[in-house]
Design a protein around this ligand. Structure first.
Ligand code: GDP
Length: 300
């Protein structure tokens, strides 16, 4: 938790501490409520959830008879945690472990941290005793395959790659095929994130998914989102969610943003839980998303 606090420092100082200060200040007038609302909006929670949270805070402040700053903190913690999806097993360890490979597609726009996330994920799985094969189907970005291979050799996973500019679907197909033959536990496929047109994306990702499914079920489609991109990221995410059946979100770069409130908005808007969060560039900087711990860390 200490580490999470440290990584969320920017969001904590603007958003968590700001809310605590406002709510804990005693008698709240309309201006204070407006400030609370603004704090939530600035942190990227979005209008709908902000309304809902403010309404809940106003009602419960009275019904609970909140007087002290500890009571204000407890109230905030409950209301914020409730507005996130309930606790569930979000860990990738919950992936099937059946001898046939579990297949995970990692999708998202270029630069959001797909390749890094795929590498970190491989590390978590290998540390958990699984055999992992990486598929470098991001053939669009020249360095992506090298980058993934570096991650692979660091964590002990082989990488299947194609020639530069190769058809992403053919690389994904080959990776899953080799994964089936070798009997690995998990195949992680890093995909290309060209978002030129929705049809282009749909064609490409759709094809990747189709060819993979010729050999194995796709167990998880993780959509990687950069927390620092705010509304723009959310718009892109909607396009992906329309194109593929996203099963979980990985929210990266939470360490670099003061707008950690995007977590609250993203899963509500997309109807998909945030499963993992990226808290830095290092190998250990991927964590399962736990609502209560997250809110705790935000409130300091
Ligand atoms: P891709 O194009 O989506 O595959 O993006 P990359 O994996 O190459 O990542 C783009 C940049 O974001 C790299 O410099 C990564 O080190 C960085 N990055 C990825 N995840 C995180 C994170 O959680 N926190 C921070 N601070 N940087 C990250």
């Amino acid at each position: 938790l200490e580490r999470l606090r440290g990584r969320l420092a920017r969001s904590r100082s603007t958003f968590g501490q700001g809310l605590l200060g406002l709510l804990g200040a005693g008698d709240l007038d309309e201006d204070s409520w407006t400030d609370i609302e603004d704090t939530l909006l600035v942190a990227d929670l979005g209008a709908g959830i902000t309304d809902q949270i403010v309404t809940a805070l106003r009602a419960q402040l009275v019904s609970r008879g909140v007087r002290t700053s500890e009571q204000a903190r407890a109230l905030l913690k409950d209301v914020l945690t409730e507005s996130l999806y309930p606790e569930m097993d979000r860990s990738v360890r919950a992936l099937p472990h059946s001898g046939k490979p579990a297949v995970v597609l990692v999708v998202g726009v270029n630069g959001v941290g797909k390749t890094t996330t795929t590498g970190k994920l491989a590390r978590v799985l290998v540390a958990d005793g699984r055999t992992v094969l990486l598929g470098a189907a991001d053939t669009f970005r020249a360095a992506a395959a090298d980058q993934l291979e570096t991650w692979g050799s660091r964590v002990g996973a082989s990488t299947v790659r194609g020639a530069e500019g190769a058809d992403p679907a053919s690389v994904a197909f080959e990776a899953v095929k080799q994964g089936v033959t070798a009997g690995v536990d998990t195949v992680l496929v890093d995909t290309a994130g060209r978002l030129h047109t929705k049809t282009g994306l749909m064609d490409e990702l759709g094809k990747v998914k189709r060819v993979v499914e010729k050999q194995a079920e796709v167990d998880e489609v993780l959509l990687v989102l950069d927390a620092t991109t705010g509304q723009n990221g959310l718009t892109q995410a909607r396009v992906f969610a329309e194109v593929v059946n996203v099963t979980g979100i990985v929210l990266t770069k939470l360490d670099g943003t003061a707008k950690g409130g995007i977590v609250f908005q993203v899963q509500r808007e997309l109807g998909v839980p945030v499963k993992l969060v990226g808290l830095g560039e290092g190998a250990d900087d991927l964590a399962p998303f736990e609502p209560a711990a997250f809110v705790d860390a935000l409130l300091g």
